[in-house]
Design a protein around this ligand. Structure first.
Ligand SMILES: Nc1nc2c(c(=O)[nH]1)N[C@H]1C(S)=C(S)[C@@H](COP(=O)(O)OP(=O)(O)OC[C@H]3O[C@@H](n4cnc5c(=O)[nH]c(N)nc54)[C@H](O)[C@@H]3O)O[C@H]1N2
Ligand SMILES: Nc1nc2c(c(=O)[nH]1)N[C@H]1C(S)=C(S)[C@@H](COP(=O)(O)OP(=O)(O)OC[C@H]3O[C@@H](n4cnc5c(=O)[nH]c(N)nc54)[C@H](O)[C@@H]3O)O[C@H]1N2
Ligand code: SF4
Ligand SMILES: [Mo]
Length: 732
């Protein structure tokens, strides 16, 4: 007999509520949950393919352990024994820095990935942490850290109420949004226009999002910081800046005009390949709109001046008075955020507290650049990474120069992957620990509730019981922590109970906590979860801002709406001054380099990425329902460029850049501007030793092979993945 279960979709940041149909221990169907308080029935093709992905026959069903050079099926006990035998001894001999940790994107989509990595890092004591953030949103963390004192204080556009949305370097109609959790992003954009609002999209490609816009500007890639600086300059110069009530929270407003002095629309126009008039008009419209939000993502982050662009986005929101006001850009307040702290000076945000060993890249938010991982493994000497723990990460495809990383991983003394697949990265592991499919895992969005356009909270218990021989991913993490820290064999619950005891000890002595003055033991007994992670969630809800418990969430399976976003200044500020530091020193020090870019002679041809609705980074190409059709790894080229270079639609071309060259199928289309070509990432599934039968049949090429890892946004250590120079030659 079939039954249904509700499950938040973990496949992208939109966090849609799904209704799964279950039959005989498998998911047989998925549709949007119409009663979901946030997504109200919205679903995309990936969510609809939940069942196919969940029961992909290539998913690993149990751990693998390398013996005599080959990965073989093993028991969980053997797997953790192997880790306990290898890692503590390595740490003993070579020190904690000899262990590197790589955290990939799906960690923000699992409870395990949210709850355990901080403990793992603490128990290891290593500073060699590399995450997908330095291939992604790290510039935004840095700009928020500097402006607001908290790298996680990221304002999100108030999509449902704003009158004017300036959207740069994002394509939410395909990606479904990022750092702006909004189920049915496309519908929300249409609603914005239907209520008389204006949408302006800035993207070198005429994307499906651009097609929804009132206006589409297609500047030269990599020039967003210049464009945004000119917008800010114009607001100041034309006396259109009106921060209003924000003024009392801001330092350095006066100095901004001087700092941005050289970035006139006329000066930046050639570098952006826009006209000065277009830029001035946009600035005036932004200022004139009753409410407006500027929002930028991947295309503005993973470029040379990603941090400056991210900073300027919020500068514009501040100069127009739109930060922290309804209809503008607001700070969400999630149900598991720690209870409010009083306004006033905080600890601030520091960059570069230590540096990477080989190239001296400054630490950012406790991380080193993913683009520097290979050299940290390869380069001999004290502190070399010899052991790697890769959790939900596929850097061989997602980071620059996968071939080099591939060789580096092959040379490790020991590697562990927590991954459902044997893929380009995990095939190098000595131990692979596969989590169960998502239907067998509980879900809570610790990360995305903090970036959502509406405050709300939802919990999904596991839809199906664990299949035979399956271990919950939270338990895998807990056991890994014990195994690497010499506590192999201790009960995994001990990890959670320790966290709970520590958190309670802090809460009862914190006058701002709702649990202040309580008895820790008694409070621990009140926690209702049936597993460690559930009890930890319950505790976080109880110490959070909404007076909620896990039971409340269980009784509201479609979620609890906590209302529209509210102004939160000055409470969110944690800068040393207790104010918004509008022109922080590291930013001011970077502006001369941006000024230098005004005179740069742009390359004739640069490459940008793109995302397809039916794909997701590197790991969704093994589901037949999602691959094929237009979801393919082609090089998009504008007709003029194709003519000039002698390329034809359906033909082959060689693309060459700093890092190497690739042979790719050409797709001629006027949906991309001339001087720019586009190749998606996450492809290149042709490495031996992977177990991805569908993906291997249409492998595509790995765009990141074109990069050697030296191009970075200096302030954040984020790899430049967009707007790098390439050359094209036709192939017969
Ligand atoms: N050129 C170029 N490169 C890019 C980008 C780009 O735009 N252009 N985008 C970048 C961005 S934004 C990101 S976030 C990174 C992503 O980089 P990664 O995080 O390295 O890549 P993913 O493809 O998301 O794959 C993560 C791994 O997680 C595994 N996985 C899936 N589900 C689970 C799970 O539930 N648990 C565990 N433990 N593992 C799981 C998958 O099998 C896969 O091996 O790529 C970046 N790389
Ligand atoms: N379907 C699907 N959804 C996804 C993912 C996926 O792989 N597939 N990945 C998920 C992840 S990890 C993330 S981080 C998000 C990302 O979500 P988005 O930020 O919306 O990502 P993209 O769709 O890559 O959009 C980036 C856009 O920037 C444009 N661009 C490139 N260079 C520049 C530039 O210099 N300036 C400007 N203004 N634009 C530029 C590109 O043409 C592209 O359209 O998506 C998430 N959702
Ligand atoms: S939009 Fe994202 S969260 Fe919603 S169904 Fe699609 S993949 Fe899942
Ligand atoms: Mo990402």
């Amino acid at each position: 007999m079939s039954r249904t279960a509700l499950r938040i979709c973990p496949l992208c940041e939109a966090t849609c509520g799904l209704t799964l149909t279950l039959g005989d221990g498998v998911v047989t169907g998925a549709r949007g949950d119409r009663e979901d308080v946030f997504s109200r029935g919205f679903i995309c093709p990936k969510g609809a393919a939940f069942g196919a992905l969940d029961s992909d026959p290539d998913r690993l069903t149990g751990p693998l352990v390398r013996r005599d050079g080959r990965l073989r099926e093993a028991t969980w006990e053997e797997a953790f024994d192997a880790i306990a035998a290898a890692v503590p001894a390595q740490v003993q001999e070579y020190g904690p820095q000899s262990v590197g940790v790589v955290l990939g994107n799906p960690n923000v989509h699992t409870m395990a990935g949210a709850l355990y990595p901080p403990l793992l890092l603490k128990s290891l004591g290593t500073r060699n942490l590399f995450t997908a953030s330095t291939l992604d949103q790290m510039p935004k963390h840095v700009s928020s850290g500097l402006l607001f004192g908290d790298p996680f204080a990221i304002p999100v556009p108030d999509l449902d109420r704003c009158d004017f949305l300036l959207l740069l370097g994002a394509n939410p109609v395909e990606s479904n949004g990022s750092l702006c959790t909004a189920p049915d992003f496309p519908g929300r954009l249409k609603a914005l226009r239907a209520r008389g609002g204006t949408l302006v999209v800035v993207d070198p490609r005429r994307t499906r999002t651009a097609a929804l816009a009132d206006r589409h500007l297609a500047p030269r890639p990599g020039s967003d910081a210049l464009l945004l600086a000119a917008l800010a300059h114009t607001l100041i110069e034309e006396k259109l800046a009106d921060p209003g009530a924000l003024e009392e929270h801001c330092d350095d407003i006066g100095e901004l005009g001087v700092a941005l002095g050289s970035f006139t629309p006329e000066a930046v126009a050639p570098a952006c390949d826009l006209t000065a008039a277009e830029i001035r008009t946009l600035a005036r419209e932004l200022a004139a709109a009753p409410t407006a939000a500027v929002y930028a993502r991947i295309g503005s982050c993973t470029v040379e001046f990603g941090t400056l662009a991210s900073w300027l986005v919020d500068v514009l929101n501040i100069l127009t008075g739109n930060l922290d006001r309804p209809g503008g850009a607001l700070f969400p307040l999630s149900a598991t955020a720690p209870a409010g702290r009083p306004a006033g000076p905080g600890k601030g945000f520091a960059l570069g507290r230590w540096s990477s060993r080989v190239s001296g890249h400054p630490e950012v938010k406790g991380e080193l650049p993913m683009a520097a991982l290979a050299e940290e493994i390869e380069t001999r000497g004290d502190g070399r990474i010899r052991v790697l723990l890769a959790i939900a990460a596929n850097p061989v495809l997602s980071a620059p120069d996968g071939d080099r990383l591939d060789r580096a991983l092959a040379g490790l003394d020991f590697m562990v992957s927590i991954d459902p697949y044997l893929n380009e990265t995990s095939r190098h592991a000595h131990v692979v620990l596969p989590p169960p499919p998502p239907s067998q895992s509980a879900h809570f969005d610790f990360a995305f509730n903090g970036f959502a356009v509406r405050n709300q909270v939802r919990y999904s218990p596991a839809a199906l019981p664990p299949a035979d021989g399956r271990m919950d991913e939270c338990e895998i993490h807990a056991r890994l922590i014990l195994a690497v820290s010499g506590l192999h064999g201790a009960p995994p619950e001990a990890v959670d109970e320790r966290v709970i005891a520590d958190s309670l000890a802090r809460a009862v002595t914190d006058p701002r906590s709702p649990l202040h003055g309580g008895d820790p033991q008694e409070l621990a007994r009140l926690l209702t979860g049936s597993t460690g992670p559930e009890r930890r969630l319950d505790l976080m809800l109880r110490t959070g801002p909404y007076d909620l418990t896990l039971d409340d969430l269980r009784q509201a399976p479609h979620g609890i709406d906590l209302g529209p976003l509210q102004p939160r200044l000055p409470g969110v500020l944690k800068t040393r001054s207790g104010r918004i530091e509008l022109l922080p020193d590291p930013i001011a020090a970077e502006l001369p380099r941006l000024r230098g870019a005004l005179a740069d002679r742009p390359a004739a041809l640069v490459l940008v990425g793109r995302r397809h609705l039916r794909s997701n980074n590197s790991w969704l190409h093994n589901v037949p329902a999602l691959t094929g059709g237009s979801n393919r790894c082609t090089l998009q080229v504008h007709p003029q460029d194709a003519d000039r270079l002698g390329l034809v639609d359906g033909g082959q071309a060689r693309v060459t850049a700093d890092g190497g060259s690739l042979e790719v199928p050409v797709e001629v289309t006027d949906a991309i501007r001339s001087g720019v070509v586009s190749l998606p990432h996450g492809w290149g599934h042709d490495r031996a030793g992977s177990r991805l039968s569908v993906a291997a049949a249409a492998p595509g090429v790995n765009v990141n092979q074109l990069l050697d890892g030296t191009r970075m946004d200096r302030l954040s250590g984020t790899a430049v993945l967009n707007g790098f120079p390439v050359e094209l030659t036709p192939l017969p």
